[in-house]
Design a protein around this ligand. Structure first.
Ligand SMILES: [Ca+2]
Length: 496
């Protein structure tokens, strides 16, 4: 037989016996002893082994070396229950482990393993978990091995406008937006450590930059402003933990102090605007506009058609002394200009040139088309008015081409006193017509914008000449002329 401490370097063969004094290698550790046997014919066996731990109190004094990972290394946990992943090595083998939340008070030693469910101390913040490992020779590591995780029970963000009124603002006015982390049930969090990003429905407003919370759970963002009329939403989202978010809705008004002398103008980022000439006011006034929360419904207005979504503005004196703010009507001593914008999504397939501004008559409860010429360009409609109140864009029956213009009835039977009129319809904006005899004499000149109601794409002729007499029977020519010079000529017969 022969012996070895490492399985490769063996002692010389000696006579077989049932016991043998053998010297282990030095150093406290788990030791293995190898033996091989040979029969009389010289055949040698494989290795046979046994182990024994050498502990002399000297030798292996090195504690295990190890590591700890909390919840697979994620940055945040929303609960105090976490899973620890453990790893340690030691020359003598790793035997036990202990844990601590503070590095001084330790859990009862337990058999070494690679997983452990552990409870953090309560209260949001950065949490440390410490581990100590012990080898088979009772050498404990020092307990400085630790890992961190952020305990964050925040479920949502709360966004508030600090200044009163909390849900209204004037376009371009600065306000302070308070962002706070909230626990379940909207309770205020005491600690928050996240980066938050903000989005606004008001695409004209300045962007709000990211903010990184690092401990405190409330932050005031100053100098925030909105620009576009209507109810705008500011949304905050945590970039670190998905699902932590919050939003606020703020209604944007616009207003300006307009002096009696000289007048003035205001235009919002959305295109809504007014121009007040000199001396249209009896005194200096804060004139403004808003998108009303409740838009009066359409009843049976004459030749009008609704847009896909209501396009409405309330113009008036803005009273900020009451909450919610009030926009009150005002009458001017001379015409002022108003403009109302529209978006493609608001009008759908409606012919843009048919869009007109209507005034909401609060007494009759009906919309009345604003008389006089109206301009439609650059996605807004502009007209003259003599009072502020609720105005709305509707589609009238005016057309954008001369192709469908027609006169009826044809023949037109003129019966003086009957009230029957020749109608020329499907007219474009600001059309004018002339009616001529076949020899070229002019019988009538009529502007569509001066008809009652105007801006309806319709001109009516009562059969009277410029001299005030009824026209004689015969064939007549009508010529439709547009401001750009384009013309359409048609004929009709007049009977008596
Ligand atoms: Ca050791």
């Amino acid at each position: 037989m022969q012996f070895s401490s490492d399985g490769s370097s063996f002692s010389g063969f000696e006579a077989y016996g049932t016991s043998k004094v053998w010297t282990l290698t030095s150093g406290d550790a788990l030791k293995t002893v190898y033996v091989r046997y040979q029969d009389a014919a010289g055949n040698t066996s494989g290795n046979f082994t046994d182990t024994i731990t050498l502990f002399t109190g000297s030798g292996d004094t090195m504690p295990p070396v190890g590591s700890i990972i909390i919840n697979g290394g994620t940055e945040y946990t929303s609960t105090t229950t976490v899973t620890l992943s453990l790893s340690a090595t030691d020359a003598s083998g790793v035997a036990e482990m202990q844990f601590s939340n503070n590095g001084s008070g330790w859990s009862t030693a337990e058999t070494y393993g690679t997983n452990k469910v552990w409870t953090l101390t309560s209260g949001d913040g950065v949490k440390l978990v410490y581990v100590k490992y012990k080898d088979t020779l009772n050498n404990w590591s020092s307990g400085t091995t630790n890992a961190t995780i952020k305990l964050c029970a925040t479920q949502s963000l709360k966004l508030e406008k600090v200044e009163i009124p909390t849900a209204s603002v004037i376009a371009n006015d600065y306000f302070t937006l308070r962002v706070s982390a909230r626990l379940a049930g909207d309770a205020a969090a005491l600690w928050f450590d996240n980066t938050c990003a903000f989005t606004l429905t008001d695409l004209n407003a300045p962007a709000i930059g990211n903010y990184t919370f690092s401990g405190t759970a409330t932050h005031d963002i100053t100098h925030v402003s909105l620009k576009t009329l209507g109810t705008q939403t500011v949304q905050g989202n945590s970039s670190d933990i998905s699902g932590i978010s919050g939003q606020i809705q703020i209604k944007v008004y616009d207003v300006k102090l307009i002096p009696k002398a000289g007048g003035g103008s205001l235009q919002n980022a959305d295109g809504t605007g007014y121009q007040i000439p000199d001396a249209a006011l009896d005194m200096d006034k804060y004139l403004g506009f808003e998108i009303p929360d409740t838009i009066p419904a359409l009843s049976s207005e004459y030749i009008s058609k609704d847009t896909v979504t209501p396009i409405c503005r309330s113009f008036g004196i803005l009273d900020q002394a009451v909450i919610p703010w009030q926009v009150t009507d005002i009458t001017f001593s001379k015409p002022v200009v108003i403009s109302i914008p529209y978006k493609a999504s608001e009008i759908g397939t409606t012919d843009e040139s048919s869009l007109r501004i209507y005034f909401y008559n609060k007494i009759s409860g009906k919309y009345e088309i604003v008389s006089g010429s109206q301009q439609v360009n650059n996605n807004k409609v502009t007209c003259y008015v003599t009072q502020f109140g609720i105005y709305r864009i509707l589609s009238s029956s005016v057309r954008d081409t001369l192709d469908t213009v027609c006169a009826y009835p044809n023949p037109f039977r003129l019966i003086p006193g009957s009230g029957k009129k020749l109608k020329i319809t499907n007219l474009p904006i600001n059309a004018e017509i002339g009616i001529y005899g076949v020899s070229g004499e002019k019988l009538a000149a009529i502007k569509e914008s001066e008809q009652a109601p105007p801006n309806s794409g319709l001109i009516e002729w009562d059969g009277k000449t410029l001299a005030g007499d009824y026209a004689a029977k015969g064939v007549y020519i009508y010529v439709v002329i547009l401001p750009d010079g384009s013309k359409k000529i048609g004929k009709f017969a007049l009977l008596k």
